[in-house]
Design a protein around this ligand. Structure first.
Ligand code: UDX
Length: 434
């Protein structure tokens, strides 16, 4: 079977690498020549632990290749996976331009029967439309079918999430498409859930939006905990013993970011509205998250009146640890606010500085370790719970900072540690140590 993957972002490249790892022959297509050259050297254009090694070893074994030449890649493909981006439009809807570009290229070049598999997160009904679009633009007399096969990988653990997926969702409209995808995924030995295409598309949105809802719910409970004198960490611990609730995705903080939750909540909300239905829980999830991002900076401004002239240490820039991705990272609007306030910002992140510098090439002072950020600072914010940041003992904050005041947006430290160190400590859903 010749497998082709269109797009080498998180979804496409990880899919291609993992398909080759289980022994398939895979060709990955991208439009960016720099990326293709890098990948041929075994260098991943995205930061993802373990991906370089996987690319290198499978490239050397001749199981994976990278090309700009989509004509030759598509013409004799048995299966083409579409893994291109579906970014958010201004109105919250998903932009399907890249998906349709690939669909057009497939339609114009395919010379044999082929299954087109949409892995990108797309609004419900898109697979039907993509199939119609390809069929009506075909240049050769071949049989084409489209299947939905959403991915559930998290950045930072993408390879494990793919090779040991919790489930493989296959949305098909024919027995033939189902058996092709069963054959592709046989070697993964994971549970396969077969549905129709629309249900598969919905599974992806419903899963992501449910996880985002869980986070916003816990953030609201955390906010209430602060008001009524409860501790969110004890509360979620107590909740987690109930298997129906579980222990995951109950971590309170300054809100979710990343390339999926913000976009997918808005896209599903938009899709519901477009169909005359209001998804109230998803709407609330979005609103709570928007508000949560600024929770600590509001507290800081309230405390000081103004942050003008204050030296502020910013620890963590990426939307979560284990990635260099800054998409929808709460650090971005917070740093903007700090700069607008007239604060002096000194920022540290183990891998995110390169990308952050593109957003703020000037105005922010970047340093290579957390202690350099803390030195002589008047206050500090933690925006990402990197190990490198968590392991800095609060006693060091006390020693290094001008005034040891910490706004911990990821609850990296305990109240008792702050008390012992003599640090003024503000976190999410816990008592303030003033
Ligand atoms: C997510 C989904 O987990 C994945 O299944 C989907 O395919 C893509 O979107 P990802 O965006 O990589 O993956 O990150 P994830 O680990 O889910 O975290 C998303 C955001 O939620 C981060 O900003 C994280 O800090 C935040 N989060 C997560 C919390 O605030 N609390 C939690 O308990 C968990």
């Amino acid at each position: 079977m010749k497998l082709v993957v269109a797009g080498t972002g998180y979804v496409g490249l990880v899919t291609g690498a993992c398909l080759s790892e289980v022994g398939h022959k895979v060709v990955c297509v991208d439009i960016d020549s720099n990326k293709v050259e890098m990948m041929k050297k075994g260098i991943s254009p995205i930061y993802e632990p373990g991906l370089d090694e996987l690319l290198m070893s499978n490239y050397e074994k001749g199981r994976i290749d990278f090309t700009l030449d989509y004509v030759n890649a598509y013409k004799d493909a048995d299966v083409v996976f579409i893994g291109v981006g579906t970014p958010e439009r201004e109105d919250g809807s998903a932009n399907l331009e890249y998906v349709y570009n690939v669909a057009k290229q497939i339609a114009e070049n395919i010379e044999k029967d082929c299954l087109v598999v949409v892995k990108s997160t797309v609004p419900i009904g898109t697979n039907d439309k993509v199939e119609d679009y390809i069929k009506s633009n075909l240049k050769n007399k071949v049989s084409i079918e489209v299947a939905s096969n959403p991915e559930f990988l998290s950045q930072g653990t993408a390879i494990k999430d793919t090779l040991h997926a919790s489930r493989i969702v296959v949305g098909v409209e024919s027995q033939r498409a189902e058996s092709i995808l069963r054959e592709v995924y046989e070697r993964f030995n994971q549970p396969i859930v077969v549905t129709n295409r629309r249900s598969a598309e919905m599974i992806k949105y419903a899963s992501n939006d449910f996880l985002a809802l869980k986070i916003s719910f816990v953030n609201e409970i955390a906010n209430l905990c602060e008001i009524v004198g409860a501790n969110i960490e004890d509360v979620t611990k107590g909740m987690s013993y109930d298997e129906r609730i579980g222990s995951k995705f109950l971590k309170a903080g300054i809100g979710y970011g990343g390339s999926c939750f913000p976009k997918d909540t808005k896209a599903l909300h938009w899709l519901a509205s477009d169909n005359g239905y209001e998804l109230k829980t998803v709407k609330a999830t979005i609103e709570v998250n928007e508000n949560q991002k600024f929770k600590l900076i509001r507290k800081a401004i309230q405390k000081y009146g103004t942050l003008k002239g204050k030296k502020v240490a910013v620890l963590g820039l990426t939307f979560k640890p284990g990635t260099d991705d800054l998409r929808e990272a709460p650090s971005i609007p917070n740093v903007r606010r700090l700069l607008e306030e007239g604060a002096e910002v000194i920022a540290y992140d183990p891998v995110g500085i390169k990308n952050f510098r593109r957003i703020y090439p000037s105005g922010v002072n970047y340093v290579e370790n957390p202690e350099d950020a803390l030195r002589d600072a008047d206050l500090a914010f933690i925006f990402t719970e990197w190990e490198e940041i968590k392991k800095v003992n609060l006693l060091r904050y006390k020693e290094l900072m001008n005034k040891a005041v910490l706004f911990d947006g990821r609850n990296c430290h305990d109240i008792s540690e702050a008390l012992t160190a003599g640090v003024e400590y503000y976190s999410i859903g816990k008592k303030e140590i003033v």
